[in-house]
Design a binder for this molecule. Structure first.
Ligand code: SAM
Length: 259
């Protein structure tokens, strides 16, 4: 199979065997796991994963790729391909349909919608055991960034409040066909157990984090005007003259609860 990769679907097919093997061994699927791949493409990761997992589900938007992938997979195991935009898939409903307590999600993600996919998965985190994603390295750096770092921002806070984020390894452009313009990296996300999740309404957290990072160089008293006054911020033990990039993820939970 050597379909012409479609730019509009963010297609960069992985072909270097050693990276495929590293991804599969990082996921380490076990018999009985319910593995769901986002964007299987021509099956670079799907077929080796299927060989271990025996049954799995894959969600692919490009109909042109599905028949050939299904045929190759049939010789290896039971692959169920769902033709859909992953952003429309309700992972909770999918888990119930598959009779699984939790899903193990994996994918070399289409980079043009990687952040929406990450947020979509976080919204369904209670149905997910773990996620292994290939993304632009720059995105993985932002996801794992700590307060004070130049790349610490909305993505870092929102993901770290929901998951343990572990960058695993970098993958060079030459490992893909066609090569993307940037380095890629594989990251593991493990949703936090319910007891460690923030006790604030998700919409409030979204609002406060978005507002705080909207103008990175401004102080909280400026960016949060209309949401929280200076005294309230100070009473939480947070300096209203500080910038969002210096706050720990849990500080945003305190701010959200005070709104
Ligand atoms: N997993 C394959 C690999 O590693 O070679 C392909 C990865 S390619 C970067 C991204 C894949 O996601 C493509 O197969 C593309 O068609 C698919 N895709 C793009 N947008 C999608 C969407 N919204 N929902 C599901 N799949 C999508």
């Amino acid at each position: 199979m050597n379909a012409r990769p479609k730019k509009s679907f963010g297609q960069h097919f992985l072909h270097e065997k050693r990276y495929i093997e590293r991804i599969v061994s990082s996921i380490a699927p076990k018999d009985g796991d319910t593995v769901v791949e986002i964007g299987p493409g021509e099956g670079a990761m799907t077929l080796p994963l299927l060989a271990v997992a025996k049954t799995m589900t894959a969600i692919e938007l490009d109909t042109d790729l599905i028949p050939a992938l299904q045929e190759r997979a049939n010789a290896i195991g039971e692959l169920r391909i769902v033709h859909s935009d992953v952003l429309k898939v309700d992972f909770g409903a999918l888990a119930r349909e598959l009779g699984a307590e939790k899903l193990r999600i994996a994918g070399n993600l289409p980079y043009y919608i990687s952040s929406p996919i990450l947020f979509h998965c976080v919204d369904h985190a209670s149905a997910i055991q773990d996620m292994h994603f290939m993304l632009q390295k720059e995105v993985v750096d932002r996801m794992a960034a700590e307060p004070g770092s130049k790349v610490y921002g909305r993505l870092s806070v929102m993901l770290q409040l929901a998951c343990k984020v572990t960058p695993l390894f970098t993958v060079p452009p030459g490992a893909f066909r066609p090569p993307p313009k940037v380095d890629s990296a594989v990251v593991r996300l493990v949703p936090l157990p319910p007891g460690q999740l923030p006790d604030a309404a998700p919409e409030k957290i979204h609002r406060v984090v978005k507002a705080a990072f909207a103008m990175r160089r401004k102080t909280l008293s400026n960016t949060l005007k209309g949401l929280l006054d200076e005294t309230t911020i100070r009473d939480l033990g947070i300096d209203p003259r500080a910038r969002a990039e210096t706050l720990a993820p849990l500080d945003f939970v305190k701010l959200a609860n005070a709104m």
